[in-house]
Structure formats: structure tokens, C-alpha cells
Design a protein around this ligand. Structure first.
Ligand SMILES: [Zn+2]
Length: 189
């Protein structure tokens, strides 16, 4: 059952994770309310291919990763010194399940294929991939911005040519802002 209104406008998986705490400008509304919600988000995000047991510990780690990634990415984008605890969090989680090396398999027909690995703990592997994504974005000092709408707070990586994107999405906040400006100018329907 799809219970939450997930949004994937962040431009990168780790930023989408940050956005699972919605309405940050108004104190925050938690969407990862229990381990099942985390399992659903990871699946919809394409990070979990098969059903996997999501534990309370996984959820705790995901929430810790999410808040560390948010502070870290904003510090990196602003050129500020990140907090040591946030650096440690992403490093520890990224190292928990290192990505499997590519391995060749020769099939009976003599053709080579990539051997697939199934991680022992696919949820931990997904969190490691998210931590790795946050590390890469921080190093790139990616332009992570906060939606300009006063009641939104969603984060996104600004890849617009002029680096002047304002809204998490035109469909959600951009059009609302345009409508408000229209009525403020005395516009009618
Ligand atoms: Zn927005």
C-alpha cells in the first residue's frame, strides 16, 4: 500500500532521502514513520529490488544518515566546514557494505555475463549506497538549494544552466507562487 506522498525531485538519491522529512520550514513532518515506511521508500527509490526485512536499527541509521547528509550537503554547498559527527556518520555507513566488485561469469553457451551479488543485508547495502551518494555530492560541492516557497523546505540539486532554479518543482511550488503573484497584481481567473 502506498501510504506516503514521496517526492523525487531532489536530483539525487541522498537529497531525496533528505526530503522524507517534509515541511522543514514549519518544523518538519516525518514520512519515515516506521521501518515499513523506510522499506517502501527504498523500494520506490529503486534502491531495494526485493522484499527485505527492515529493522528498527535500519530506520535509526537512515534517519541519522538523512540529517547528517542534509547538514553536510548544505555546508559543502556553502563552502562551510562540516561537522565532524556528520562526516563520521556518512563514512561509517558507506563503509558498512562496500559495493561488490564487478565479476565475470562464463555461461554454458560460452558467453560472458556479469555475476550478480545479493548482499546479505540489502537494506544496509541501500543505506551504504545513499551514504556514498552523499559523500560524492559533498565532494563535488553540488549546488544543493532549498525551495523558495515559504512553506516548503524541500531540497534539490540545482542543475539549471544559470544556477537560478527556485522551486523544488514547477508543478508543486512554482505554479503556486506564480498564481499568488498573479492575484497580488490584481489578476483574475
Ligand atoms: Zn517546494
Amino acid at each position: 500500500m502506498m501510504t506516503a506522498e514521496w517526492v523525487f525531485d531532489g536530483g539525487r538519491a541522498s537529497v531525496d532521502l533528505v526530503n522524507t522529512l517534509r515541511d522543514r520550514k514549519r518544523g518538519g513532518r516525518e514520512l519515515l514513520v516506521d521501518p515499513a515506511a523506510l522499506g517502501e521508500w527504498l523500494t520506490v527509490a529503486g534502491l531495494l529490488e526485493r522484499k527485505a526485512k527492515v529493522t528498527a536499527r535500519h530506520l535509526e541509521e537512515a534517519l541519522q544518515l538523512r540529517e547528517s547528509a542534509d547538514r553536510l550537503l548544505r555546508a559543502a554547498a556553502a563552502g562551510d566546514r562540516p561537522k565532524a559527527t556528520d562526516v563520521k556518520t556518512v563514512n561509517v555507513l558507506a563503509a558498512a557494505v562496500p559495493p561488490a566488485p564487478p565479476q565475470l561469469r562464463v555461461d554454458s553457451d560460452g558467453r560472458v555475463r556479469l555475476r550478480s551479488f545479493a548482499p546479505a543485508d540489502p537494506v544496509a547495502a541501500a543505506l551504504a549506497a545513499l551514504a556514498t551518494d552523499a559523500i560524492e555530492l559533498a565532494v563535488e560541492a553540488a549546488p544543493v538549494r532549498i525551495c523558495a516557497a515559504t512553506d516548503c523546505g524541500l531540497r534539490f540539486v540545482d542543475r539549471s544552466p544559470k544556477r537560478n532554479r527556485q522551486w523544488c518543482s514547477m508543478a508543486r511550488c512554482g505554479n503556486r507562487a506564480k498564481a499568488r503573484a498573479h492575484y497580488a497584481r490584481g489578476g483574475s481567473l
